[in-house]
Structures are given as C-alpha cells and as structure tokens.
Design a protein around this ligand. Structure first.
Ligand SMILES: Nc1ncnc2c1ncn2[C@@H]1O[C@H](COP(=O)(O)OP(=O)(O)OP(=O)(O)O)[C@@H](O)[C@H]1O
Length: 845
C-alpha cells in the first residue's frame, strides 16, 4: 500500500514497499484479464505467482458491482417512469401544481442523465475500516469519527473490520437506504483520500478497483496499518497489487486529461475539500496536479452546495489547447452544465466565444498565439514586446482617452444647423467642442452619456436662439416654450442624424480600430506610454478594418473587455417573445411539460453562455495573467468565491509586481487560504532533475517539487546537423517509436509554422507547439528544440541582455522541459553551443 504514500512521504521511493511485501501474495492481473495493463513503466511486476487471492478479491468486487448495477437499473426504471408519467399528465391544473410537476420531471431528467452516462469506472474505491471512536454513525450509516475506538485493536495486534465502504462517482443507496456506493465527495469518502501510513485513522486497507463497463478488471491495495492483523468476516484481510497511483502515472497519455478520482493524494484532497468561503490559493511546481485539483474542486463544490453554485463556476484557462485538453474531466466526474471552462481569449466580445481549438489544428478566434497558416483570418499573435504593453494596467488610462478620442474622430460633424420657430440656429465647431468637454465632465460610460449630450446640445441651441428673452417675467411660459422648442428640434431628422454622428454609440472594436492610427494613439496615450510603445500597439492593431473586424490576439480581448465597461451598453427595449404574446392573449398552458423542459434547458444554456458574473471562479495557470486579464477575470467574479492555482516559476509575464497588484485588486479584501503542493506526479526523476537546473537559473533558491517516480531513462541530447527541420522530424519519429501515446514537439514561438511543416504527415500522436502554447499540457515524450531559442538566447549568467526578459525566457524553457511523462529529447541548434556530449550550454551542470 505504501506505494501510494511513497508519493506523500518519501517521493523517491520505488513502487515496491514493505507493505507490498506484507501482502498475501500478489498475483497477476492476467489471471482475471489478459488485457490488463501493467503500465509502460513496468511498475507492475506481474508474473505467474497467482495464488488465487487476487482472483478471489476481484470476484468479490465483481459481486458488489453487480449488485450496484442492479440497483442502478431499478433507479433508472423509476426515473423513466416518473418522467413519462408526469409529462403525460393532464396539462391543466393550478399553477403551483404544474410548477411542482415540472420541477419533478426536471429533477428526474437530470438524475436519469447522470445514471445513463457511461462511466468507465463507476465504482473505483473501497476502504476497510476499524470501528469508530465514539461508535456514532452519521446519516449515511458510516461512523462519524475518523479515529478508531480504543478497543478496536486487541492487545495481541488483531482487529476486526467494522465497516467497509465502496467509493464511486455517484452515491447509490440500497432499497433499505444502506449505502452501496458513497459519492467520492461525501464526507464519509474522505478517509479514502486522506489516510496515510503516518496517520491512518480507521483505515486498514484502501483499495482501488479498476473496471471497464460492468466488469471488474483488477484491484490495487494499499495497506495502511501493516502492524495489525485484521480480519473481515472471519478471514484475514488480503492485500494485492502495487498501488494505484504508480499504475495510473505510468499509463500512456492521450490528448485528453483523465480524472484522478481514484488516486487523489492527501495534500491534494485538502485543497479539493477546502471550504469554499473566500479565496483558496494553491501553488505548486509543474506536474503537482494543480489543474487536476482545480477541476476536482469544481466537482466537489457543486456536490457540496449545488444550490449556491447554480450561479455557475467559471474555470479560466490560458489557452484553447488547455481547454480542449481538460474539458472532458468534469463530465467524467458526472458534472456538466454548471461549469464553464473558458480560454482567456474567449472571455469577452461574444463573437469570439464560439471559437475554440479546431480539429484541423488551427485556433478559433479565441486563440492566443494564432496559427498563421489556417487561423490567420481570425487570430493574431502579439510579439512579447507588444504583449507587455497591452497587458499592462497602464492601458486602462490609454483606453479611456482613446474611447473619448474616438468619439470626435473622422466624420464627426463640425457644425449643427436647425430651423426652429421659423429661425435658423447654428452651433459652430468651437461651440460643439465646448459642449463635448462639458458632457465628458460626467463619469458615466460613454455610450450612456448620449442623453446627457443631447440635453446639453438642446440647451446650447435654446440659448443661441435667444428665445428665452421673449419671456422675461414668465418662467411658466418660458418652460412651455422650451418644451415645444425641444420637441421641434428633436423630431427633426437632421438633428437625429447629427446626434448619431456627433455622439455615436461606439462598439469596443471600433475604438480598437481607431487606436491603429499611430499619431492619434500617441496623442491619446500622452505620457502614459512611451512613443515606441504607442507605435508598437498601433501597428499591431493595423490588422483590423475600420469597424474593428479582423484577427484579435488574446491581449486584445482583455482590451475589448475593458472598453466594454468604459463604453457601457445602452438598455434596449426587450424583444417580445412568443410566450409574452400568448400570455397577453390569455393563453396559459399550451405547451407540454417536455416542451417547457426543453425551453428551460435552452434558456439555461443560453444564460450560461451569456453569463458574466459567477458564483465561483477558478483560475488555472494564474501566474500568467496580465494585469489587464486580471481586471477582465475579476469582473466575472465580483461576488464570487475563488480558487487560484499557479506556479510563479512558470510565469511568462515579466512584471510580476504589477500583476500581483492587479490580482490583489481582483480578489479584493476577501480572506485567503494558501496551500502548497509538493510532489511532481508527471515527470520521471530523470526529467525533473534536468529541468531543475533551469529552475535554479530562473528562480534561484526555489525548491522544486519532488518527482514521485523514476524510469531509469535519462534525457537524450542530440545536435541538429545542417537542416534543423530534418533533425526535428527524425527525433520526433524516434520518440514516436519509443512511446505508445503522444509526442509534444516544443519550439520557440516564431518557429511554430515551420514546426507544423516539419512534422506534417507523422500522424496525430505528434503535436507541434510554440513554447507558450505548451502551458499545462503533457505528453508521453517531449522533444525540446533549441533551448537557447526558447529562452530567447538569454545568457546563463544573467549578464548583458538577460535581465527581466532573460528570466522570462528561462521560465518558459522550464515549462517546456517539464511536459514529458516518460521521455525527453533535447535537440540543440546553432545558438545552443552544445558540448561534445550534445548538452546545450543552458542545461550544463
Ligand atoms: N493523485 C494523482 N493521481 C494520479 N495522477 C495524478 C495525481 N495528481 C496528478 N496526477 C497527474 O499528474 C499530471 C500532472 O497534473 P496537472 O497537469 O494537474 O499538474 P499541474 O500542477 O497543473 O502542472 P503544470 O504546472 O505543469 O500545469 C497529470 O497527468 C495528472 O493526471
């Protein structure tokens, strides 16, 4: 059992442990399933040593799983009956009864959906427990105490198992309400995740059950109290297997992340189940499970307080690639609908939100670092120099000035002429400018200032007309005349046209387009940006047309979101719906319950898409958010509780202080609870050791996470001879032969188009990636192409040319080096100054 806890207590341990030696004799999975895997790292040591124990244990679990499925079938039948019965019932009745019936059908529908979902391993865990300290049992029949009763272990070291709990993705009760399966998020399931050999509590044996469909394939046990001899139903407790964690870590990776529900470790469980109040901050190095933990936490929060989180949970991811990699995890945990996983580039500007990572390898409009070849029409990539300006909080001032400036630009009329009360009244350019300045003295968003602008123009016209002088002593008459004047003027089509042109309702994209004018932007930016910076930003926006249509970068999206706030959206008259019309006609009940359920679901989906304020916000890779992005995300969680996970050592944002201030502003004064994750579950020790050399350069003094396993395979160093592309292709092929699953090829950002060409035709197991796109992802094998190019050629001593940019480059290289779960190849190019052994300068000891 100790294998699992080697992870927490002595990460360098191999999977073999004293506890395993204490087993009743591990047998082979082959005994029960010839196809059962041992994991490519050979962590499983299956041989012909089956003494029947494993077979017997698997049979026992199979019997339990059969009972569970029988019960599930009964529940499905019940839910179906309820659905059919209720939706066929008469369509008339009191509004209260109808609403109750609809709610019942709705609940039954959700339940049915969840039960019908194909869970590959519905039941995955079991704990065998000693009796509880105070003997008190909770509502689900389980002992409440995590500590064993004083007499649970006899003086001779023997003990009886008092309670066995099975853990699964959903809770299932037997007909007599005894628990057949405990939901993994229920308090009673906590010992499954929390118990360690040091603090085992009541847990004697923890078992991970592997199943496929309805068939149990194998079991992996951890013995937490090897010092006692425990009996279950009179027989000695059997312990089989090498531990589930190692088996799971060694498996080949696909392009989709898997849930870790069967092997969550104690330090991770503390985060997942942390109370939702305020802000939960989690830091940990690469591979410590931050993303996995964040996703499981979302599922836990929903389970724990579904009503509260009906307000929605938002998970913010840095790239669309990471969104598509992680988006299957929550459905596999039985949770969908309430959780929105969005890339930073999809958070704003509605039109972008539909874009996602396309099957052809191109990005949608939400892309951050655009794929020029096929995504060029819709996405763009900002050079780091430009990104740094666009991401800075200084842009708030620039945007405010630009929005105001854009109001009076091209085509804004210089003169207003109206005929009223038979006379011509005119305002010239100077007068109009003065009125505009006066209007802008207000604080409302620009588009909401239109009524104020209209009023000020009418005031000026009235004054100019001299009409007031006609009523020197009669304010009432003057008031009446003024009303007539206003009405006359405002109903003139010319006046309407003038107002539309002089104070147009601006769209955020229009302002962005106006900022593409270098001279105008330099004026608006004033001293907030340096001349070169304003010119860089203006030039980068040249890809937009006059209406602001065209490809956006991920940084542009945060600017658009800020502009949305600065401009505001005027209220529009609500469109009358079919339902409104029917209600007006006095028709109350013309739809069936099924119709209304569909409508309700559609409405919920639409609301989820349009939602901009969430009950809980989870930020993944938080170290990478720019100040402008923190502002954008912060607006979506003004009333939310937060979970923020990240690793400063992987940050690609240079100005960490500015980002920290923006983060503080987004999170407000809510109290914070901090957690650290310390174990690297992804990289073998051999890979981690190499990456740690770069960490030491990038962030001297930072303690790296401890790698939990070792493969015995040292990273390979190769040097490109002549044609870099040919070498990349050859090394990628080599890795494809060596691993079963995926191969990530990481190149400097400016080489990503080339990389795609170099690797064309090698199949979809291999993925070319720009260094910044590799964030959060992992592959069986990684080929890192030219560390010096990825790090931006930063000299290792931090001397000339290094500075902040060098540190960011090194952190980016650290990310690239920590993506592999099995094998790593480093390919040096011209700039790497590789030594005779092929080791590039940046990676030498
Ligand atoms: N308790 C666990 N059991 C099994 N696998 C785990 C466990 N914890 C983490 N892993 C695996 O380790 C790998 C790394 O996890 P994850 O991507 O969540 O790490 P991370 O801290 O977000 O990494 P990075 O900082 O590089 O983005 C994943 O394959 C994940 O499934």
């Amino acid at each position: 059992m100790a294998a699992q806890h080697a992870a927490q207590d002595a990460p360098q341990d191999t999977p073999h442990s004293p506890a395993r030696d204490a087993t009743a004799g591990p047998a082979t999975d082959a005994a029960t399933d010839p196809a059962a895997d041992g994991g490519p790292d050979g962590a499983r040591d299956d041989g012909v040593r089956d003494d029947g124990v494993r077979e017997r244990e698997v049979r026992a679990e199979q019997a339990h799983l059969d009972t569970v499925y029988r019960r599930l079938e009964e529940k499905i039948d019940e839910a179906e009956f309820l659905m059919n019965d209720a939706s066929q019932r008469s369509q008339v009745g009191t509004p209260g009864a109808l609403a109750e019936r609809d709610a019942q059908v709705f609940r039954a529908g959700i339940h049915l959906n969840r039960l019908n979902s194909e869970f590959e391993d519905f039941l995955f865990g079991r704990v065998d427990l000693l009796s509880g300290k105070d003997g008190v049992r909770g509502a689900d029949g389980a002992y409440l105490s995590v500590e064993p009763a004083e007499n649970a272990v006899r003086p001779d070291g023997t003990a009886d198992i008092a309670e066995t709990l099975h853990i699964g993705r959903l809770g299932v009760l037997d007909a007599d309400y005894s628990p057949l399966v405990i939901d993994w998020r229920a308090p009673a399931a906590a010992p499954f995740y929390r118990a360690t050999p040091v603090e085992p509590g009541r847990v004697v044996r923890r078992r991970v059950i592997r199943s496929k469909g309805r068939r149990v394939l194998g079991v992996e046990d951890d013995l937490l109290r090897p010092e006692i001899t425990a009996r279950l139903d009179g027989a000695e407790l059997a312990v089989v297997g090498d531990g589930a964690l190692m088996a799971s870590l060694g498996r080949a990776r696909s392009h989709a992340m898997r849930d870790i529900v069967a092997s969550i470790q104690a330090e991770q469980d503390m985060v997942i189940r942390a109370p939702a109040a305020s802000v939960t901050e989690v830091e940990g190095g690469p591979g410590t499970g931050k993303t996995a933990v964040a996703l499981h936490r979302a599922a836990y929060l929903l389970y724990q307080d579904r009503r509260r989180y009906a307000g929605g949970i938002l998970i913010v991811s840095p790239t669309p690639l990471l969104v598509s990699y992680t988006e299957g995890v929550l459905p596999s945990l039985g949770e969908e609908g309430q959780v929105a996983i969005r890339a930073l580039g999809s958070l704003a500007d509605g039109a972008e939100a539909h874009g996602s990572y396309g099957g052809d390898g191109s990005y949608g409009a939400d892309g951050s670092y655009g794929a020029e070849a096929d995504g060029a029409a819709r996405t763009a990539f900002d050079a780091p120099r430009v990104a740094r300006v666009k991401g800075s909080a200084r842009m708030v001032r620039v945007l405010r000035a630009s929005a105001r400036g854009a109001l009076g630009r091209d085509g804004a009329p210089e003169r207003l002429r109206v005929v009223v009360f038979g006379a011509r009244v005119e305002l010239d350019a100077e007068e109009l400018r003065a009125i505009r300045r006066q209007v802008l003295g207000g604080t409302a968003p620009l588009n909401l200032m239109r009524p104020r602008a209209r009023r000020f123009v009418l005031d000026a016209l009235w004054e100019k007309s001299g009409a007031a002088a006609r009523y020197p002593d009669d304010p009432e008459l003057e008031q009446e005349a003024r009303e007539g004047f206003d009405e006359d003027v405002s109903t003139e089509p010319e006046f309407q046209e003038f107002l539309d042109a002089w104070w147009p309702e601006l769209a955020p994209r229009q302002v962005l387009a106006a900022m593409a004018d270098e001279r105008a932007l330099a004026r608006w930016a004033g001293r907030t940006l340096r001349a070169g910076e304003a010119a860089d930003v203006a030039r980068s926006l040249g890809r937009l047309d006059a209406a602001g249509q065209g490809p956006l970068s991920v940084h542009d999206v945060a600017l658009l979101d800020e502009l949305q706030v600065l401009l505001g959206t005027p209220a529009r008259p609500r469109q009358q719906t079919e339902a409104d019309l029917l209600a007006e006609l006095g028709v109350q009940e013309v739809t069936t319950a099924a119709d209304r359920n569909t409508a309700r679901r559609e409405r919920a989906e639409r609301l989820a898409e349009e939602r901009t304020d969430y009950a809980h916000v989870i930020v993944d890779e938080a170290q990478d958010l720019t100040p402008m992005q923190w502002r954008m995300v912060g607006r979506r969680g003004r009333h939310a509780t937060w979970t923020v996970v990240g690793d400063p050592a992987q940050s690609s944002w240079p100005d960490t202080e500015e980002a920290a201030a923006a983060r503080d502003e987004a999170l407000g004064s809510r109290p914070r609870r901090r957690f650290e994750l310390s174990v690297n579950y992804r990289n073998p020790a051999e890979v981690a050791e190499l990456a740690d050399r770069v960490l030491a350069l990038a962030m001297p003094g930072v303690v790296p996470p401890k790698a939990v396993r070792s493969t015995g395979l040292e990273p390979r160093f190769a040097v490109a001879q002549g044609d870099l592309g040919a070498s990349v292709r050859a090394e990628a092929r080599r890795l494809l032969d060596e691993v079963e699953g995926t191969v990530g090829v990481v190149v400097a950002m400016e080489r990503r188009t080339q990389a795609r060409e170099w690797l064309a035709g090698l199949g979809d197991r291999v993925v070319p990636l720009g260094s910044l796109e590799a964030k959060g992802l992992e592959y069986d094998a990684t080929l890192v192409v030219s560390p010096a190019e990825i790090a931006g050629g930063a000299p290792r001593d931090g001397g000339s040319g290094a500075g902040a940019a060098g540190t960011v480059g090194l952190r980016t290289l650290y990310v690239a080096l920590t993506r592999a779960t099995q094998r790593l190849t480093i390919l040096s190019g011209e700039r790497d100054a590789a030594d005779d052994a092929g080791v590039p300068e940046l990676l030498r000891d």
